[in-house]
Design a protein around this ligand. Structure first.
Ligand code: ADP
Length: 237
């Protein structure tokens, strides 16, 4: 019986090192993320979780090591790109959800969700039409014209998730996406995040302190002192 080979990882970080002055934020981390995986990155405060996320996402350059992204056009070494090409790649390939903020408070939900599409060159009419369609499909169409400041924390996080996926990126990075929410709202927001990412074949890399969030991810990477101390993927076939 022949089996088709597993596709190569969507993102692979190899021997990533990052120091800030005397602090070693990452001391040589190698990690791969595949399509459809939801990877919870856990560890004590200061263990390097956010730094790892920022390096994998091309937001911060490593001091050493390499991040390779598999794109439709073939593998790309993110560090080899100039700033403009890296920004364009981030916009096309990655979505981001953070604990809070980064939505623009003076803009409406639809305007916020439209931003990645506008930055990618879509017209305002088509971007807003896509954003409204997405909101409606999420049962959030009543929120479209509200400014972010008029939304609850859970509603704002749903809008942030919609903005992260509206451009159809293969990878979504989330840093403590439910950290500021009560547990019931956090659970609902996590359901939405999973259904729009890993359950649709996207890779999700999620930093969390919350074991109940990690328990719902397909994989848990634990960090300490800038290193990976356990990775549940190591037990996969
Ligand atoms: P975590 O996300 O696990 O809390 P971080 O990746 O934020 O850890 O930080 C790892 C270490 O690197 C910490 O000691 C932190 O203070 C340091 N660090 C992270 N970013 C910076 C920065 N921009 N400037 C200086 N030190 C930083």
């Amino acid at each position: 019986m022949s089996t088709s080979p597993a596709p190569s990882p969507r993102v692979r970080g190899t021997e990533l090192v990052k120091t800030y002055g005397e602090t070693t934020a990452l001391g040589g981390v190698t990690v791969e993320v595949r399509d459809g995986e939801s990877v919870a990155v856990m560890g004590p405060s200061g263990s390097g979780k956010t730094t790892l996320l920022h390096l994998l996402a091309g937001i911060v350059p490593p001091d050493a090591g390499e991040v390779i992204l598999r794109t439709d056009a073939g593998p790309v070494s993110i560090g080899a790109l100039d700033d403009d090409a890296r920004s364009a790649l981030r916009l096309r390939e990655f979505g981001f959800v953070f604990q809070q903020g980064l939505l623009l408070p003076e803009l409406t939900a639809v305007e916020n969700i439209s931003l990645p599409l506008l930055l990618s060159g879509a017209t305002r009419a088509s971007a807003e039409s896509s954003s409204r369609g997405l909101l409606a499909s999420l049962g959030l169409d009543g929120l479209g014209e509200r400014r972010i400041g008029q939304l609850s924390g859970g509603q704002a996080q749903r809008v942030a998730i919609a903005r992260a996926v509206v451009g159809n990126p293969p990878v979504v990075f989330a840093d403590e996406p439910t950290g500021a929410l009560d547990s019931t709202t956090a659970s609902d927001v996590l359901d939405l995040l999973m259904s729009l990412t890993a359950h649709r074949g996207r890779a999700l890399v999620l930093v969390t302190h919350d074991e109940s969030v990690a328990a719902r991810c397909s994989r848990v990477v634990r960090m300490k002192d800038g290193r990976v101390v356990s990775d549940s993927a190591e037990s996969r076939p």
